[in-house]
Design a protein around this ligand. Structure first.
Ligand SMILES: Cc1cc2nc3c(=O)[nH]c(=O)nc-3n(C[C@H](O)[C@H](O)[C@H](O)COP(=O)(O)OP(=O)(O)OC[C@H]3O[C@@H](n4cnc5c(N)ncnc54)[C@H](O)[C@@H]3O)c2cc1C
Length: 459
């Protein structure tokens, strides 16, 4: 067994993977392009907080960090919808009262992971070291020391790439024959804005919810932070058209103010510095990356966003990346001497799940920005919850399978598609959930039970 691994990228997946590897007895050289975020203040505007759910929590528990992380986590028990008139409606995420997703600071989480990795004394983190690519025939990785500008190389150790959506290692991999690759950009970009605490230092919105302002082709969301602020994210097309505004129109303070007054009228009174923030903060791009294979022999394996970046609308990118680390670590424990088999097995098992969550994340964008305000969708959702309460072992909503359980993403997608068909049939002509035809429901649920792949809900 080669007991040293070179790992590129000390973001969320890289820092966690280094800890798993350390706990499995490996030594890890971890190279990170940026400076140490524990020593410098982070720049605003880059997904300051994230929704953490079952898959991510499970990985943190495996490495012994769940309790430390949960001390700073804020439960979000459902979606709080803000309609154009400022009316609020709450939709719980779960079927059971304890089911919540958690808002967590990206910076804090990354720090906890890096501290624990270094404390293992098996991980050395080298900051401001940029990976330029890998020669897959020789296994030589080209690096650059950013402060001095000097180029150098790494060789002799297997390489794990956790260098994110813009991965330099992936660039090397896709230049090979028979590597499939697609990057699909969303027409929408995103901009983050901070909603500060009120004058008494308290939250300005309900902190136990993920707030959504659905506006059909665009939306704004807000997640709470422990300092009583909220991080708001506007998702808007880059280019406007006849029906929908776009970032291209928001080029003056007057246009920005008018846009928020018109579409998100309850926000400007709570955010006096809205225009200044809007002008200062960057506009980010969002894309889905589909890659296969994402390994090369026993030399290179990619994980997290480097292998399968997804759009953020299911709150699963980090959770999926953490699940990658957990699954890879389990395989390494099982077959430590045969890295080539570990890499190929991991890829074959994980690829259908990566594809499934990529699709579900795109679907969820439409659900969040548009359908959550559609009465027919809300009726189906209410009926779905009734079925979930009456048939808890058979009918588990797709959202719950993804966020509160650890069944494979592909299985969650298959169940979700069958549930959708069932609900469309059951809700045909229905006006109110109270009028549900339970005899028809029973027959459809039993048919669903026969057709749907089996669930093992201990996962
Ligand atoms: C707006 C937004 C909201 C999101 N919300 C959620 C959410 O609520 N829940 C969720 O689960 N996920 C969410 N995500 C997704 C989540 O941020 C990513 O899936 C997650 O960060 C992936 O982790 P990673 O370690 O693979 O990549 P990253 O976190 O991007 O880390 C990559 C690391 O590699 C370093 N690096 C990059 N290139 C090089 C190089 N050439 N050499 C050396 N180092 C390099 C980077 O500096 C970085 O530290 C969101 C994403 C966005 C954009």
């Amino acid at each position: 067994m080669n007991s040293t691994i070179d790992l590129i990228g000390s973001g969320l997946a890289g820092a966690l993977m280094s800890l798993y590897l350390a706990q499995a007895g490996y030594r890890v050289n971890l190279f990170e392009r940026r400076s140490d975020l524990r020593k410098v203040t982070q720049s605003a505007g880059r997904s300051i907080n994230l929704a953490l759910s079952a898959r991510g929590l499970h990985a943190l528990e495996e490495v012994g960090l769940k309790d430390a992380v949960m001390q700073q986590a804020l439960p979000m028990r459902g979606r709080m919808m803000h309609d154009p008139a400022g009316q609020l409606t709450f939709q719980p995420y779960g079927v059971h009262a304890h089911e919540a997703i958690y808002s967590i600071s990206r910076g804090f989480l990354n720090e906890v992971l890096m501290d624990a990795a270094e404390a293992s004394e098996r991980v050395s983190i080298h900051f401001e070291q940029r990976c330029l690519g890998i020669d897959l025939d020789s296994g030589i990785v080209q690096m650059q020391d950013l402060p001095g500008g000097k180029h150098y190389s790494l060789s002799g150790n297997p390489v794990i790439g956790a260098d994110g959506a813009g991965s330099a290692l992936r660039q090397s991999l896709i230049s090979r024959l028979r590597v499939n690759y697609a990057q699909d950009y969303l027409d929408h970009g995103y901009k983050e804005l901070t909603l500060s605490p009120n004058a008494q230092g308290g939250f300005q919105l309900d902190p136990e919810a993920l707030h959504i302002w659905p506006r059909q082709r665009f939306m704004l969301i807000a997640l709470p932070n422990p300092d009583a602020s909220f991080t708001c994210t506007l998702f808007l097309p880059f280019e406007s058209d006849a029906d929908t505004p776009g970032f291209d129109q928001l080029s003056s303070p007057a246009a920005i103010s008018a846009f928020f007054e018109t579409h998100f009228g309850d926000l400007p009174p709570l955010m006096p510095d809205l225009v200044a923030q809007f002008e200062q903060n960057p506009t980010g791009v969002l894309s889905t990356i589909r890659l296969g294979p994402w390994y090369h022999g026993d030399r290179l394996l990619l994980l997290g966003d480097a292998a399968h970046a997804i759009v953020p609308f299911f709150g699963q990118g980090m959770n999926a990346a953490f699940e990658d680390c957990s699954l890879l670590a389990a395989r390494l424990r099982g077959q430590p001497a045969d890295l080539a088999s570990v890499f190929v097995d991991f890829y074959r098992a994980r690829k259908p799940d990566a594809d499934a969550i990529a699709d579900m994340a795109l679907e969820n964008f439409i659900e969040m920005r548009d359908k959550v305000a559609d009465p027919a969708f809300l009726l189906r959702r209410q009926v779905g919850l009734l079925l979930a309460q009456r048939y808890p072992d058979i009918f588990v909503p797709k959202y719950s399978l993804v966020s509160f359980h650890r069944v494979s993403y592909a299985l969650a997608l298959a169940h979700g598609n069958l549930q959708q068909q069932l609900l469309l049939t059951l809700c045909e002509g229905l006006q109110r959930p109270e009028d549900l035809n339970w005899q028809q429901a029973e027959a459809l649920v039993q048919q669903f039970r026969r057709e749907a792949p089996a669930l093992n809900l201990s996962h």
